[in-house]
Design a protein around this ligand. Structure first.
Ligand SMILES: C[S@@+](CC[C@H](N)C(=O)[O-])C[C@H]1O[C@@H](n2cnc3c(N)ncnc32)[C@H](O)[C@@H]1O
Length: 385
């Protein structure tokens, strides 16, 4: 094998993924066989050292090829294709570690019929097709241009799964029921259609991104009654399903006049930045407060104002985090005391020993979803005003 060739780089990636424990035995031959670089466009943006750096294949062929087989996420589209100011990545080839860990979570067996949501480059659909036969694989992508590119890449690499352009939150009824559904795009709420389209005993693997922050992959097993339940398996930061991107109301809708309006003042010794710097703490807080979100604004000298809002637009709160201070000013307005709720949710998490993702789980019914700790009947109470 020539050093630097796609084959050599791919073999090195397989070795790394096996050594790290991410790549399970059942997926080794697929990752070794599928040419990942054939699914990437001429210009890519690789997540290196905390920023997205652009790389063009024609200008930097060696670097481009190395990135194609590096264990990093690669952005392939911005702003739903508008690419005006590249403010939001909207399609990508996910980080190989995450791709293979999620495929491991899926627990596939030969003959399984699988639906993928979020075709993106088509790389994951190619892996599924390699292992399960393309005739057992359907994949749904919302973006027409991304769909067309994936279809072309799949065909030219020799894979022929069914590639559908549509909104994956409705699943794909035409080939249901499935043994497995895997989503490579994140959402807050697991769509009822996915439950209805999965066989009893079947598995749904999907990233979940609660509104307050944090994010993790959930592995749900569908029961005979059409509900599904299962644990989170690992932390994950994925792009949001287009239809579930949160459109927050404007601050004026919460606070029509000038701050602090008629809000009540109090003080806390709890610095909100503790939560801001802790992805798991955000996730745990989010499970207890699924309808609360925050924004933070720097006000100079390293200080941050935290704004908390509820989705029903009834209440807001602010907390000023000032470096070096031991207590922080809180303002709360509306029927809910949102900062008190956040503090209580965080304290509950620490009081239970700061459980990790794997101790949490979800139960999903056609009517909605509930989060639990350790076992499905230990439901995390949601705040209901
Ligand atoms: C992280 S990328 C998927 C990576 C892909 N599986 C791969 O192997 O390259 C997420 C994709 O989900 C797509 N997406 C967003 N909302 C969607 C929806 N409602 N239905 C289907 N796909 C959606 C995005 O356009 C994007 O291409």
């Amino acid at each position: 094998m020539t050093p630097g060739s796609p084959e050599a780089l791919r073999a090195a990636l397989v070795t790394n993924l096996v050594n790290s424990g991410a790549l399970s035995e059942e997926w080794v031959s697929s990752v070794a066989a599928v040419p990942r670089h054939e699914f990437l466009p001429e210009t890519i943006w690789a997540d290196e050292n905390g920023g997205d750096t652009e790389c063009s294949r024609s200008e930097s062929p060696d670097r481009w090829m190395k990135l194609a087989y590096a264990d990093v996420p690669i952005v392939t589209q911005w702003d739903d294709g508008a690419e005006a100011d590249r403010s939001m990545p909207t399609s990508s080839a996910s980080m190989p570690t995450m791709v293979v860990e999620m495929l491991g979570d899926l627990g596939t067996a030969p003959g399984h019929r699988v639906l993928e949501i979020g075709t993106g480059t088509g790389y994951n659909a190619a892996l599924l097709s390699h292992r399960l036969d393309a005739e057992n694989v359907s994949t749904v992508e919302v973006d027409a241009k991304v769909t067309a590119q994936a279809r072309t890449a799949l065909r030219s690499a020799g894979y022929t799964p069914e590639v559908v352009c549509g909104d994956g939150s409705f699943g794909w009824g035409a080939r249901a029921p499935y043994d497995r559904i895997i989503s490579t795009v994140s959402l807050r709420d697991i769509p009822p259609a996915w439950l209805a389209q999965t066989k009893p005993g079947g598995v749904i693997v999907s990233p979940v991104s609660p509104l307050f922050g944090g994010g993790a992959v959930v592995r749900l097993t569908v029961g005979d009654d059409g509900t599904a339940s299962g644990p989170f398996t690992r932390s994950a930061a994925f792009m949001m399903l287009r239809q579930q991107r949160y459109q927050a109301a404007s601050v004026d809708d919460y606070l029509p006049g000038d701050w602090p309006g008629g809000s009540g003042q109090s003080w806390t010794e709890f610095d909100p930045e503790i939560i801001g710097g802790d992805w798991l703490a955000q996730f745990a807080t989010a499970l207890a407060l699924p309808d609360v979100y925050y924004r933070r604004h720097e006000f100079g000298d390293g200080g941050w104002t935290w704004w908390l809002f509820d989705t029903a637009v009834t209440s807001w709160a602010t907390v000023d985090s000032v470096p070096g201070e031991s207590r922080f000013e809180v303002r709360q307005s509306g029927p809910r005391r949102l900062w008190d709720e956040v503090e209580a949710a965080y304290n509950q998490w620490t009081a239970t020993g700061r459980p990790g993702y794997e101790r949490y789980g979800l139960t999903v019914t056609p009517a909605g979803q509930t989060a639990w700790l350790d076992k499905p009947d230990n439901v995390i109470p949601e705040h209901r005003p």
